[in-house]
Design a protein around this ligand. Structure first.
Ligand SMILES: Nc1ncnc2c1ncn2[C@@H]1O[C@H](COP(=O)(O)OP(=O)(O)OP(=O)(O)O)[C@@H](O)[C@H]1O
Ligand SMILES: [Mg+2]
Length: 229
């Protein structure tokens, strides 16, 4: 069988486990999760509060370490990588989007998007070009110089998406990206995400309670007590 690039999983977890140990008792947050995600796929993780969605997203992104099993990202086994290799991989390969947006309040929309480009060593001219392109993409060119508090929740989330996309990561991980938005704004964000996976081939994995976002995904999994149904 011949393999094309698209057949190689960008994410592969094998028998992944995460147990949180505390004096109050152990919690198995992720239990035996084996999952393969191909480049360009849009995958949603749904499930009740406490079912393990955030923990799984954090394990995939190398923010947290498993207590069993392994995670491969773009063919790299995270357990064999040093802390600094993982940090570099996160910077170069993974964009994050959080429910609370995580924008820096003293920076303008433009400067927020610029930050990961500075960290990745893009020069000023290249940064400007990329930021202008992204502002058009998320429909906020006229708000470049505004601070986050001058933007609506949906607009802040669009800036957070632009920031995650800025260095062109092949993989975006999101935790409740539409959690704070009303349904119209949630739908706009979902539509934007869907079109990005198709037009730029970005892989998008999101934890979400938002069933309309989950319904736009190529695949959607429900988590129950740490397992993937
Ligand atoms: N640092 C931690 N220490 C101990 N237990 C934790 C820790 N983080 C998460 N847990 C527990 O692990 C389980 C899974 O939590 P997780 O945050 O992954 O759930 P979730 O599906 O994202 O929930 P929500 O929908 O509320 O965001 C929960 O029972 C939670 O209490
Ligand atoms: Mg969560």
């Amino acid at each position: 069988m011949t393999r094309t690039y698209g057949d190689w999983p960008i994410i592969e977890t094998s028998d992944l486990n995460r147990v949180f140990t505390s004096p109050a008792g152990d919690v198995v947050a992720v239990r035996d999760v084996s999952l393969k995600i191909l480049p360009g796929e849009f995958v949603a993780l749904t499930g009740r509060s406490g079912s393990g969605k955030t923990t799984l997203i954090n394990l995939i992104g190398g923010i947290d370490e498993p207590t069993g099993g392994r995670v491969m990202v773009a063919g790299n086994d995270l357990s064999l990588m040093s802390e600094s290799d993982i940090t570099n991989m996160r910077r170069g390969q993974i964009g994050y989007i959080f429910q609370s947006y995580g924008l820096l309040p003293l920076l303008s929309a433009y400067e927020n998007i610029e930050l990961p480009l500075r960290i990745s060593g893009f020069r000023k001219g290249a940064r400007r070009q990329r930021i202008e392109e992204l502002l058009v993409l998320v429909g906020l060119s006229s708000r470049a110089d505004h601070r986050p508090y001058e933007l609506s929740g949906g607009e802040q989330q669009r800036i957070a998406i632009a920031r995650a996309l800025a260095p062109k990561p092949p993989l975006i991980l999101a935790d409740e990206p539409t959690g704070d938005l009303d349904s119209a704004n949630g739908l706009a964000i979902g539509t934007l995400i869907k079109s990005l996976t198709k037009s730029e081939g970005i892989t998008f994995v999101t934890a979400t309670h938002d069933l309309s976002l989950a319904s736009m995904a190529d695949r959607s999994y429900e988590m129950v007590d740490g397992t993937l149904l």
